[in-house]
Structure formats: C-alpha cells, structure tokens
Design a protein around this ligand. Structure first.
Ligand SMILES: *Cc1c(COP(=O)(O)O)cnc(C)c1O
Length: 396
C-alpha cells in the first residue's frame, strides 16, 4: 500500500497505531471517525475551515529564504516555513481550529484538552473563545509553574486550567486526566488532542489538519525554485508539525525527510525523549508505537529543555515511516538546541521556539555538507517568545 493512503480501516500504519482504549470510548471514536470522514468530503466544511485559516489564523504562512544562514553555512539553500507567524505563535492552531469545527458539527458543547508547554492549551482556549464553547485544559502542575504565562493566556480567554499532580506532573499525566474526563463526559464533550498521537482517528485527523503546511510549502518552493526541495527538516514531539510538512511530499521519493527528536542531556535513560534511540514497541494512551520504557514495560521519565518535545511516545505514522525507510530520525541535545536558538536569533532576526531549535540544530550540522544547488526546508514550528526566560538563563 502507498505510504500516502494510510492508515488502513482499523487505524493502523503498518504494525503501528490502532485503537487501544476503554470499551466506553470505542463507539465515540468510531462516531468521530465517521463524522470526520464526512466533513472532509463536505465542501462547506472545507470552505469554513479555509476562511478561518486565512482570516483568523493568518494563513498562508511565508516560505522564507534564510539568506544569511545559507551564506554562513556555505552549502544548501535554507528556507524556513514560517508557522511561527501564525496566530498564537505555533502550528498548533491549524489542528485546534479544524477540530473545533468538527466538534460544532457533532453538536458538542464542551471542549477538553491536554497541554504540556501550554501551546496546545492556548490554541484550544483561543478557538473555544472564538466559538463560545466551554473549555477545560488539563496541565501538569510542574508545567503550570514553568509556563505560567501560557496559563494566564488560557485563563484570560475564559478557559479553566486544571493542574494535575500525579506522577511526573507533566504532559503524560495531563493526557491521562483528559482521557478520564472524556470517558465520563463523551456525550456532550469533544477532546481536542494536541498532536498526531492517541487512538485512531486522532493521528490521521491531526495530520490532515496540518497537511496545509506541506501543501503550501510545496507550492511555494515550486514557485520560487521551480523544483522540489532535497531535504525537509522538522522537530518531532508527538509529530504533528513534522507530519504536516512531510505528508504532501511522501510520494516524491527524491525528497528526503528528517525528524529531529529531543536528545536532552544525551542518550542516557530518563535524560532524553528520543524514542528512536532505544525505544520499545508498546501501547501508550491509545496507540501502538515506539516508547521509552524500562524492561518491565513501565514508562520511563523523560527530559528535554523544550516541554513540547518531552513525551515518552512518538506518533504512530512516524514509527511507520521510519520502519519502511521513508523518513529518517536524528536527535539534538539540549545544548545543541540552545546553541541553535542563539545562532538563528542573532543571524536571522527570528527567535525560534526551543522545540523548533532542535530541527535547526540539525540544519546547522548538515547544510554545510550539502552542495549549493541543494535545497532544505526547515519547519519553523513556533516562535521563541515563550522560551526567552529559559534561553536567557542558559545563554546570557
Ligand atoms: C507542541 C510543539 C511542538 C511539538 O509537537 P509536534 O506535535 O511534534 O509538532 C513543536 N514545536 C512547537 C513550537 C510546539 O509548540
């Protein structure tokens, strides 16, 4: 089967993905899948989505030629896909706006979401305010402390932010709490999941709402260069910004794809979040994929300087693309990402998010080894304003 037509009917990408959920969620997930497939085919849905993407979110985003960086590295031409310029400061709103339209179509009145760094929570609170929906966001209490500005943003937009103190008190626990809520409230509540993760149909649906990144980039690079790029680069937490960029290029086998995970302090147990570096095949939060677990299958602690990449499992479609050799995955350490943050800020006048800086670290290592007639597109998944305090602590 072609890589571009997955998942199959049962929500699998090869041996990855699927629907590993409590009985009570099976019917709601199947209903959601049916509603989504109907919406995808409905021109009125697409029209409303396109209008909101343009006028509320700020699409299309530019494909920007990073001239000074290209010159400095002396190799491939480097372009940035500027998702950092979107409303709320990251790619996450592409998915949040798509899912709230779907929730409206399903007649749901209440929205729940999980958030790590707070970017997805902010995007969800934003679209809930826009559509007058009740909104509750689950967030680890440790993350609430680290990202207090985003907590305030959500509350200002009328969302209720609920702190989760279980376990490591970060993203994984917030997802557990959101799932628990959903099992009890699914009649009137839609769960806006924030990455290409979880049970089917979420990985497919979230990917589709982010495909606009790759579709625009494809058209833009053809207009600017008259040909496709040689290499796509994106950071990978759950994998939504990366799959959004990659997916429209999957059939173009001459285009290489590189996802960059969080290497934290290096590949030492509990000190990183690079699932392809020694991860195990298992099930976490609804999907079968590579995850960081010990020999007993217990999920390990993870670490990254960027909260948005700090998660023990990777989206199932990335697991599949790596398995079949269509995409490659590397990692950048905290130090490399921080160095890239500083370098891109001072050379290009763009403060990238710390998540994004992982992809940029790979570009810094690689572009100089490529030839001048080659082209890289790196996804600028978000802006670095939220990370200024962290970066300043390390760098200034
Ligand atoms: C959330 C986030 C990520 C990581 O999530 P993906 O689903 O892997 O894209 C990356 N960059 C930014 C700016 C984010 O906010």
């Amino acid at each position: 089967m072609s890589t571009a037509t997955l998942p199959d009917k049962s929500g699998h990408f090869g041996k990855f993905g699927g629907m590993f959920v409590p009985e009570t969620l099976m019917t709601p997930l199947l209903d959601l899948e049916a509603a989504y497939i109907a919406a995808r085919k409905d021109p009125a849905f697409q029209e409303e989505l396109d209008d909101l993407l343009m006028n509320f979110c700020g699409r299309p985003t530019p494909l920007y030629f990073a001239e000074r960086l290209t010159e400095k590295l002396g190799g491939a031409k480097i372009y940035f896909k500027r998702e950092d310029l979107l409303h709320t400061g990251a790619h996450k709103i592409n998915n949040a706006i798509g899912q709230i339209l779907l929730a409206k179509r399903l007649g749901k009145k209440r929205i729940i979401a999980e958030t790590g760094a707070g970017q997805h929570g902010v995007a969800t609170a934003t679209v809930c305010a826009r559509f007058g929906m009740e909104c509750r966001v689950y967030m680890g209490s440790v993350d609430m402390e680290r990202q207090s500005l985003n907590v305030a943003r959500m509350r200002l937009m009328g969302a209720e932010v609920v702190g989760v103190t279980a376990g490591q008190a970060t993203l994984k626990e917030a997802v557990n709490e959101a799932m628990r809520d959903w099992v009890a409230s699914v009649e009137n509540t839609h769960y806006i999941l924030g990455s290409a993760l979880g049970a089917h149909p979420f990985p497919m649906m979230v990917r589709d709402f982010h495909r606009v990144i790759g579709l625009e980039a494809r058209e833009q690079i053809l207009a600017k260069e008259g040909r496709l790029p040689d290499l796509l680069v994106a950071c990978v937490g759950g994998g939504s910004n990366a799959i959004g960029l990659f997916h429209p290029f999957l059939e173009d086998t001459e285009v290489r794809m590189m996802g960059v995970e969080a290497g934290g302090d290096g590949i030492i147990p509990e000190r990183h979040a690079a699932r392809f570096q020694g991860g195990k095949l298992g099930v976490l939060q609804g999907t079968k994929t590579w995850l960081l677990a010990d020999d007993d299958g217990q999920i390990e602690l993870t670490h990254s300087v960027s909260a948005g990449l700090d998660y023990a499992a990777i989206g199932p479609e990335h697991a599949y693309l790596q398995d079949v050799g269509r995409a490659e995955y590397d990692y950048a350490t905290d130090d490399e990402a921080l160095k890239a943050f500083k370098e891109i800020s001072s050379i290009e006048g763009i403060l990238p998010a710390l998540e994004t800086s992982h992809g940029l670290a790979y570009v810094l290592k690689t572009a100089g080894k490529m030839s001048k007639d080659e082209i890289i597109i790196c996804n600028m998944s978000g802006r670095g304003d939220k990370d200024v305090e962290t970066a300043a602590k390390y760098l200034l």
